[in-house]
Design a protein around this ligand. Structure first.
Ligand SMILES: NC(=O)c1ccc[n+]([C@@H]2O[C@H](COP(=O)([O-])OP(=O)(O)OC[C@H]3O[C@@H](n4cnc5c(N)ncnc54)[C@H](O)[C@@H]3O)[C@@H](O)[C@H]2O)c1
Length: 320
């Protein structure tokens, strides 16, 4: 089986690559091609001969068509401009998040097999004054930010290209996934990782939102496992709306901080300092924090670790 992972050098792309290489998926993996504008930190052909990296910008159609000529079975499309960056740079967001996916999908039209196409949407797709307190798979998607708008466009295009038989599309609408290692990215929700990551490394964290702010989160191991499960599910079970809400739970910033202190009692942590940023606060307030995931659960994608286990996993994976 040949797999492409766009955005494979990023947070979830690298975790996904790692998991695919180490796991017994139903099909034997012959090749994983990482397509990204930056080189992956964690992988190279020297580590595993099944990996190859192609430095590629999704906005360049010709290069994508050349790569997809070699029959590809599965594409995980993770490359994206993320939330705060998209809000500041509309043209860049449209180019990468909309033209980028169109390039990939149109390249799929040129090949004879219709590859599985798993992509990541976001809870930022939800929003608007009529959004109910409890959001579910059927809640109307009325995003109030550019990033969410591009994700909604992705969801609709994937439905249509699947209906036409060019791809076998499956979308994961993700909550904020924690805890991102390394450096913060330009996601508005990046504080939800920073408030664990920086104190655990003995550094200060400047918290941009108030401590009552509630957001929907999920752990990276569960999200990656869910993406692989989603790629293996029988097409007939997916229905005509390819995108499903992924497992998550709503939690306030205070609850996150209290859990951090409980899990790490006795450890010296860096300080968390409140430094409100109105633009981050207002983006996060418009996201839903109570989101059910009945469709995913019915498909068997239901692993949802609690906050203490997520913190413990991160300490084991990155700090020990
Ligand atoms: N991490 C989260 O909390 C979260 C939540 C909801 C949805 N998502 C979605 O999941 C996906 C992965 O998120 P992540 O946290 O790993 O993001 P990330 O920023 O760590 O990785 C994204 C990758 O895309 C690459 N990229 C950007 N523009 C590109 C281009 N023009 N061509 C090729 N590659 C390009 C970047 O170099 C980066 O390596 C994204 O689609 C994101 O929108 C993530």
């Amino acid at each position: 089986m040949k797999i492409i992972i766009t955005g494979g050098s990023g947070f979830l792309g690298s975790k996904l690559t790692q998991k695919l290489l180490n796991s017994d998926t139903k099909n034997v993996i012959d090749k994983i091609i990482i397509m990204d504008v930056i080189e992956p930190f964690y992988f190279s052909e020297k580590i595993d001969s099944r990996i190859s990296f192609v430095k590629s910008d999704l906005t360049e159609l010709k290069q994508i068509k050349d790569i997809l000529k070699n029959n590809i079975d599965t594409i995980f499309h993770l490359a994206s401009v993320v939330s705060a960056d998209a809000e500041e740079n509309l043209d860049k967001a449209m180019k990468v998040n909309v033209v980028g996916i169109l390039n990939l999908l149109n390249a799929c039209r040129d090949i004879t097999t219709s590859p599985k196409f798993i992509f990541t949407s976001s809870f930022a797709a939800f929003g608007g004054s009529s959004m109910p307190d409890n959001v579910n798979d059927n809640t109307k998607i009325v995003p109030q930010n550019t990033y969410g708008m591009t994700k909604v466009i992705n969801e609709l295009i994937v439905n249509d290209y699947t209906r036409k038989g060019y791809i076998d599309g499956r979308g994961a609408r993700l909550p904020t996934i924690i805890i991102r290692p390394g450096r913060a990215n330009k996601a508005a929700s990046s504080f939800a990782s920073g408030l664990f990551r920086e104190p655990l490394s003995g550094k200060k964290h400047f918290l941009p939102v108030n401590r009552n702010t509630k957001i929907a989160v999920g752990g990276y191991n569960d999200a990656i496992q869910g993406l692989i499960q989603l790629s293996e599910i029988d097409r007939s079970l997916m229905g005509d709306d390819c995108t499903i809400n992924f497992p998550n739970f709503g939690i306030t910033v205070s609850e996150m901080i209290n859990s951090l202190y409980q899990v790490t009692s006795g450890m010296t942590l860096g300080e968390i300092i409140d430094r409100p940023d109105e633009s981050i606060q207002s983006i996060c307030e418009r996201w839903p924090s109570n989101v059910s995931y009945e469709r995913a659960a019915k498909l068997g994608i239901n692993k949802c670790s609690n906050i203490k286990n997520i913190i413990t996993d991160y300490i084991g994976d990155y700090l020990e």
